[in-house]
Ligand binder design. Sequence first.
Ligand code: URA
Length: 232
Amino acid sequence: MRLVKLLANLGYGSRKEMQLAIRNGWVTDKYGNRLKADSRTAHEDILFDDEPLDPAQGVVILMNKPVGYTCSAKNQGRLVYDLLPDRFRVRKPALSTIGRLDKETSGLLLFTDDGTFLHRVISPKSEVPKVYDVSLDRPMTGTETDLFASGEMMLESEEKPLKPAELEVIEERAARLTLHEGRYHQVRRMFAATGNHVTELKRSRIGSLGLEGVDEGSWKVVSEEEKALIFS
Ligand code: URA
């Protein structure tokens, strides 16, 4: 891809502005050589204003989402995109979240601009396990583990039973729940069906990929090895 288009797609500015940036010598290779509009330098070797370029198309980002941020731009208030650099909002192709977390849910949220990868993660066929740490308003009754694992649990206004889910009881009001699908408000609705109420909810894993090293409100680019962890 031509340099002007590449930079414009990454959100550094309009094509006109990028032509100017190249002419002004703001775009260099890692040795400080000025690049021209038709230069064919590897993405990872290009610097803009002395900083390495943002990741190329096909990026996957992992965020440790704090409570209080919504995933959908349709909602008002703070958006998860507010926690990423402004440029990322205008990248082409656009970055989307891979599935969603409720405003009041924290933890592991993925973004990508790679539609194939997104579908692979959310496809029911992939059955990628998602692990949630749950705090509850009341002690569990003791029936939850079997009910959630039964493959027969029906949620209100749904037509298909839930896939079996694994519940690990940690304390009488704290548990870890592993789901293999993603229905609307699923964790909260599962516990509500048992007469309980989720007071805190955090997603800690997708597949074997966790939040290690990423503080709340921060994010990182997911490496190829880490991508593979999602499916292992
Ligand atoms: N289940 C929920 O209830 N909320 C989430 O955000 C994710 C799973």
